[in-house]
Ligand binder design. Sequence first.
Ligand code: B12
Length: 251
Amino acid sequence: MDDSFKSSIINWLKVHVDAVGVAPVERFCNAPEEHHPSRICKDSESVIVYGRTIPKSILTSPGYNLHLLHRSYHTVYPYLDQLGFDLANRIEAEGYIAVQVPCYAPLVYHGSEPWGILSLKNAAVNAGLGVFGLSGMVYHPRYGSLLRLGAVVTSAKMPGDPLILEEACPPGCKACQTACPAGAFKDGSFQKLACMAYTIRHGIYPLALKDEAGRRHIETIINTAGYNYWLKCDECLKVCPKNHAGNQDTP
Ligand code: B12
């Protein structure tokens, strides 16, 4: 395939997002089977990944930081989901298969761990949008860890974008780990369940998940009633020097 199809897709997307890149499916050869693009899209060849930044100013709001963060997530995720939906339809109209990856729910439970349908962080790294940092999040050279990610997997073959090779974090920086009130970095690496228990709140969880019978239905509860969850913590975002206003490493 020539590059013109990719260019037409990227040019359309660029108007709506802050960063975009393409990862050929070969870059996912070490992904777990459940997180392989071929699991979401038949004949998958490329993963188109895009990100929209949440406004930095939210992090410095003196009184309403978490209220604003909550609203920003529940604004940006439906926005990116809608974009994925439109993009998948555009690609299908050209005769290819295309499936959008949900930005958040539905989640799939693997034991006690919730997984996204595709790992958007790994997809973003493979598409050249950023690199993993100490916090476990993906850092873009300009937007730090504030990009919220979406993707479409397609059977259209497209050239990949170059990977970012530089380190995500400033040398020696451990600001996110030191600030974490959930103790999610106690053993050095990120403990997602510790973060989740501290951070994700929902009015219905204490009732719905209080006994074994409820917990057996956790996937249904989280994917329906739990969708509009509340975030009680964003310390790793707030203390990160990469997320501060004025970080303009890349145009
Ligand atoms: C469940 C979830 C959580 C859980 C668990 C987090 C986790 N690390 O898994 C909790 C509630 C803790 C959480 C917290 C947050 N989250 Co969250 N979360 C998700 C969600 C919905 C699924 C992630 C998942 O599947 N986890 C399961 C594990 C097993 O998967 P994984 O670590 O991604 O991938 C593993 C394997 O599958 C494998 N793998 C997968 N694919 C591939 C491919 C290759 C090539 C290879 C080699 C390996 C590989 O490698 C990994 C290591 O085992 C994603 C959206 C999505 N679909 O990706 C958002 C997502 C990761 N979250 C996001 C955000 C913003 C947050 C918070 C900042 C929210 C907040 N408080 O404000 C915090 C950050 C905490 C932190 N320091 O990381 C963003 C991250 C954006 C970014 N720039 O990095 C995402 C991508 C949502 C989005 N659409 O933008 N989150």
